[in-house]
Design a protein around this ligand. Structure first.
Ligand SMILES: Cc1cc2nc3c(=O)[nH]c(=O)nc-3n(C[C@H](O)[C@H](O)[C@H](O)COP(=O)(O)OP(=O)(O)OC[C@H]3O[C@@H](n4cnc5c(N)ncnc54)[C@H](O)[C@@H]3O)c2cc1C
Length: 323
């Protein structure tokens, strides 16, 4: 007896986000997710993308790299990427297109999906099979399993839910692919990158976050003093960002960054659901708050009901003494 089965084999394309020749960690997580559905091709597009393409070729799980030479791809303009992805699908028959859940992926994936008349699936946390994906909604308070019948599935991937593929040990081949025509509708004007010598928030093993209890911008120094010997990243709540105490890129939560460090230590944060949505997968959570009724204590592994201005400097002393 023969069983009827689908003739179309899954073939995944992963959009690599390249900044200053480096592959973004979110793209490496997207490669791990994509490898669960079938052979992975990585797309390396940009003016000097050859070096990045070579790194991708050595990345575990990547079988092929499409190298596209064109300055129009340097700043992640979706208007330029969407036609390129369309042409790659038309030529090579990809069944899945994945990207990390970053500004880059969130910008390009829905536009490319619309061009294929497909429904984008955002921020997947699990791949059940080639048609079935898990994601969260209602600020992480419901877990949804979705099944897609679209011919090509377009997904952004939650970086903290998949291991990053190792950038060595792979043996993919680099193939040149023709750029699509540049769009006349959008043009890159300028970038204002905030210079920081701080530890990257999304990849830090320890994250120390300040909420409104920190009271002003200057007081963040207290958290920086504690973060330095721990090599920790520093986060902030939206209330703090809105008040101008911290820049936007430090925001953790539903509308900020998603982090899942080994240790998340929050000072003066109430634990609103929109904040918790961005950090509740952290392995160990500790909270310092003067209000014992603060919702954050409900999900904390460790909690101290105390003034943060007493606790943070005392902890810094302890950490330094143990160094
Ligand atoms: C659509 C939407 C999206 C949102 N997205 C986000 C998001 O991405 N990230 C985010 O963080 N928020 C987000 N918010 C906002 C969120 O709802 C909360 O308003 C915000 O998280 C509260 O920040 P907070 O905990 O710093 O401030 P508060 O809620 O004011 O809490 C401050 C806490 O500090 C404590 N405190 C005060 N003084 C001290 C002291 N000396 N020592 C110790 N503790 C002290 C207080 O007891 C209090 O619990 C969003 C809201 C909406 C509506």
């Amino acid at each position: 007896m023969f069983r009827v089965c689908s003739l179309q084999l899954a073939k995944a394309l992963v959009l690599a986000e390249i900044a200053e020749g480096k592959i973004a960690p979110a793209s490496l997580s997207a490669i791990t997710a994509a490898a669960k559905v079938g052979p992975v091709t990585a797309l390396a597009a940009g003016k000097n993308a050859k070096a990045a393409a070579d790194i991708l070729a050595k990345t575990k799980g990547v079988e092929e790299v499409l190298l596209v030479d064109g300055a129009q791809y340097d700043n992640g303009l979706a208007e330029n990427f969407a036609p390129l992805i369309q042409s790659a699908i038309a030529k090579n028959g990809y069944t899945h297109v994945f990207a990390g859940t970053s500004a880059f992926g969130k910008n390009i994936i829905p536009r490319s999906a619309a061009k294929q008349n497909a429904m984008p699936i955002s921020e997947i946390t699990e791949v059940k099979d080639e048609n079935t994906f898990v994601r969260q909604q209602y600020a992480g308070n419901a877990v949804t399993t979705v099944k897609s019948s679209d011919k090509v599935k377009f997904c952004t991937v939650r970086g903290t839910s998949f291991e990053r593929a190792a950038t060595e040990g792979g043996n993919g081949k680099v193939v040149e692919f023709a750029p699509a025509e540049a769009s006349s509708k959008a043009r890159f004007v300028e970038d204002k990158i905030s210079k920081s010598d701080k530890v990257d928030l999304t990849t830090a093993a320890t994250v120390i976050t300040g909420g409104r209890g920190i009271k002003n911008k200057e007081n963040f120094k207290i958290l920086e003093d504690l973060a330095a010997p721990l090599g920790a990243g520093i986060g902030a709540t939206r209330a703090v960002v809105d008040a101008g105490y911290a820049p936007n890129e430090m925001q953790v939560g539903q509308t900020g960054k998603t982090v899942a460090p080994n240790f998340y230590l929050a000072f003066g944060v109430s634990g609103a659901i929109q904040h918790v949505a961005g950090m509740k997968d952290s392995k160990v959570i500790a909270v310092v708050n003067t209000d014992e009724e603060a919702p954050f204590f409900q999900i904390a592994d460790y909690g101290i009901v105390e003034d943060l201005f007493k606790v943070a400097p005392a902890l810094t002393e302890k950490v330094k003494a143990n160094k």
